[in-house]
Design a protein around this ligand. Structure first.
Ligand code: GCU
Length: 738
């Protein structure tokens, strides 16, 4: 989308300026024509799902009749942002923004506000109870006998969310008649976690450098920060952790706090709080203390003073995210203290200001020789009930590390006295970086719907994290952001869908991935069913295809060392066994897979009995987790009747075929999607096909050295010997923090 800024004022008197203004007007007129003409105009993805392009001509009159005037008070920055967004959005969608009015006086008025900001709402007697501080209702009403549309909420932020919902209805070509929508978020904290370093390097980032231009902050606030806030508010995200979990203590110095404060100021009107990752050893590194022992009174005082300083500089600061005693990060165990001791010390410092601590459960120690799968559970479950009330334990969706498929983390359901926050990864560290098309909502949905059985059937992961299972009010979901300075934000057009889907699921973990994809495609590309249907279908199967061509049947952690780019099932040796591939697949002459059943590491015992029983038995484990939990003979009979070896080879090939199918689908959409975005997606799909083939060939070449079995009929042999795949090196692959 193109935005044009025209200026009037001091230069008005000069002929040159008049000519320039005339040219600008002509350009605007042309642009209007081009926009109205449909998808021919190229787009670069900057506008995300907030493109606000004109609605289809046959719908325009109907919408205009339902948007004849805007009654949106703008007494606060949030209300002003709401009004601006409605004018911008409806202006784009309907050709021009409806006029503003102080009171609804026409048929087809739109009123947006709170009972306090908009007295006309009070007379309508709307029931706003149960909507809380962020919910809204959207209703078709009559005012003085005239039809009107009302977006009402208890707070300005709720009204902002409602306004975005109204815009989404128009963007997705839904009617504005007979509306009766009530919505409130199911989770309290809906956060992005940026793994951004202060030098703008993004760990596991594939979309350019960090969008935070730390050096120019706080003096220069890039307008992009406002667009970031708009995009997040439009999907209900209400917080952002600005810096990497592997953080430098510098982020907590006054210099950087003032920079974070400038971002917080931009985000505040959009209901978004700023949080920071805190390095546990900061009292030593920037405080001049000799220890960071959480039970040392001087250390506790240092954190209290630091918290007070932060709240002075950043009013409304959200709190800390902490990675401690994990992958070399400092933590309370350095002093013989527990995770609870560490978290509670920070919680005590933040509590007087209303701040919270998100303490990560992604821990596995250097000394611990046991199955890495079991370590977080073993370390955290004994502390259930000992965390302060303003602490959440943030748990990755699975026990290893954001693999293309993992069973749900056994901590979900195992710590009923502690609020557990979900951590998903939006950036695709293990699913093909930015170039592979992999829509992640089905992965998120699969985890959220998984049944922990913690309190009998129906104890889903979604109910653990929304607090309803164990009665928690402090609840949340975090997504490791895929955002960078690339013009299209996420490194690829389709990766925007993962940001969008994350926000929608954090608002309502029961949403269906296909419905979310439908909204996203309509808002991002087109409402034309000839686009929506094939693109949604393509997206829905894409993650499964990645599972197939990278890690089928429960295999995991088989990627290249360090950067995690490309296949590396042969990776072995190095500093620790659980950073290698051979540790996870355990292929040998007999078979393949990690025995986590009672005869192996017994990680299954961390799940409650019905789940443990199902996962722990080779006959009942779902095939997608077969090799996650069992070491299985190559000739094991699969449900298909094939041997395990034949099935494995077939799944690898199936993944590649799916990508070929996506390419065909996408090629068929040429002309229905603007040329610039179409071309980039097409090019990325070609990369994906090559890389899917590479994963398949390298994996088969490697595993065949163990299975010593022929390929099943019809399967092409890998074109190169194994040594070729093993020789490939990618010293500058992005994202690994080096
Ligand atoms: C993964 C990832 C790291 C990251 C870590 C974490 O291991 O590769 O880059 O720091 O997860 O979540 O802390």
């Amino acid at each position: 989308m193109v935005s044009l800024t025209t200026r009037t004022g001091e230069q008005d008197g000069t002929g040159a300026w008049r000519r320039a203004a005339r040219m600008a007007r002509t350009a605007v007129a042309w642009l209007g024509l081009l926009l109205a003409a449909g998808p021919a105009l190229s787009e670069d993805g900057y506008e995300l799902w907030l493109r606000y392009v004109p609605v289809a001509a046959d719908h325009a009159a109907g919408y205009r009749a339902r948007a004849t005037e805007l009654v949106v008070p703008a007494a606060t920055p949030t209300a002003q942002a709401t009004r601006d967004e409605l004018q911008r959005g409806l202006g784009g969608l309907l050709g021009k923004p409806p006029p503003l009015a102080a009171r609804a006086g026409r048929e087809g008025a739109i009123l947006v506000g709170t009972p306090a900001s908009l007295p006309q709402l009070v007379a309508l007697g709307l029931d706003l109870s149960g909507l809380g501080e962020e919910g809204y209702l959207l209703r078709s009403v009559r005012i003085d006998g005239r039809p009107a549309t009302v977006v009402a909420a208890n707070t300005d932020t709720g009204a902002l969310y409602g306004a975005f919902r109204l815009l989404r209805l128009v963007q997705t070509a839904q009617p504005l008649d007979g509306l009766d929508i009530r919505e409130a978020p199911r989770l309290k904290l809906r956060l992005l976690n940026h793994w951004d370093n202060l030098d703008r390097y993004v760990e596991r980032g594939y979309a350019g450098e960090s969008i935070w231009d730390w050096h120019k902050l706080p003096g220069w606030k890039d307008p992009r920060y406002t667009d970031y806030a708009r995009a997040n508010a439009s999907i209900g995200i209400n917080g952002t952790v600005l810096n990497n979990v592997n953080t430098s203590a510098q982020a907590l110095t006054p210099l950087y706090l003032r920079k974070a404060a400038a971002l917080a100021e931009v985000f505040r009107p959009y209901g978004i709080k700023v949080y920071l990752s805190a390095r546990f050893s900061a009292p030593i590194e920037i405080g001049g203390l000799e220890t960071a022992d959480p039970l040392d009174p001087a250390v506790r005082q240092w954190w209290k003073d630091k918290a007070a300083e932060i709240y002075r500089i950043i009013p409304g600061f959200g709190g800390f995210l902490v990675k401690a005693n994990s992958e070399g990060q400092p933590g309370p165990q350095d002093y013989g203290r527990s995770h609870a001791d560490g978290a509670n010390m920070l919680a005590e410092a933040l509590a007087p200001h209303g701040g919270i601590v998100m303490w990560r459960a992604f821990v596995y120690s250097h000394e611990e020789p046991d199955d890495r799968h079991k370590q977080a559970y073993n370390e955290f479950v004994p502390h259930d009930g000992s965390f302060a009330p303003n602490v959440l334990v943030q748990v990755k969706n699975g026990a290893i590390d954001f693999q293309p498929r993992e069973p749900f983390h056994p901590l979900f359901g195992a710590m009923p006295k502690t609020p557990l926050m979900m951590e998903f990864q939006i950036t695709k560290e293990y699913l093909g970086f930015a170039t592979h098309l992999a829509y992640l909502a089905p992965l998120y949905e699969e985890t959220l719907r998984a049944d922990t059985y913690a309190q009998g059937p129906g104890s889903t992961v979604a109910r653990v994290i929304d607090g309803s299972l164990d009665g928690h009010v402090l609840t949340g979901m975090a997504g490791v952001a895929n955002i960078g300075s690339d013009r299209n934000w996420s490194g690829s057009h389709f990766d925007q869908a993962n940001w969008f889907a994350f926000g929608r699921l954090a608002w309502n973990p029961d949403l269906e991935s296909a419905a979310i994809a439908g909204d996203w495609v309509r808002m991002t590309f087109s409402n034309d069913p000839a686009v929506v249907e094939p693109v949604v279908a393509m997206m829905m199967g894409a993650r499964e295809a990645v599972v197939d061509y990278m890690t089928p049947l429960g295999l995991h952690h088989l990627m290249g060392r360090g950067h995690h780019y490309g296949p590396g099932p042969w990776v072995s040796g190095g500093p620790r066994a659980d950073w290698t591939s051979v540790y996870y697949h355990r292929a040998d002459a007999q078979g393949i897979g990690f025995d986590r059943s009672a005869s192996g590491s017994n990680a299954v015992a961390q799940y409650v009995p019905p789940v443990a029983g199902r996962f722990g038995n080779v006959d009942t484990v779902p095939e997608e987790f077969l090799l996650w939990f069992h070491h299985v003979p190559w000739d094991h009979r699969m449900a298909s009747g094939r041997t395990l070896w034949d099935e494995l080879v077939l799944r690898y090939g199936r993944g590649v075929d799916y990508v070929r199918g996506m390419r065909r689908t996408w090629d068929g959409l040429s002309g229905k999607i603007d040329a610039e975005r179409h071309a980039q997606v097409a090019a990325f799909l070609a990369i994906q096909e090559d890389e899917a083939q590479w994963w398949r060939d390298a994996s088969i070449a490697y595993f065949q050295t163990f299975s010593k079995r022929p390929l099943p009929a019809g399967a092409e042999p890998p074109p190169h010997p194994l040594s070729y795949y093993q020789s490939l090196e990618f010293p500058y692959a992005p994202g690994d923090g080096k």
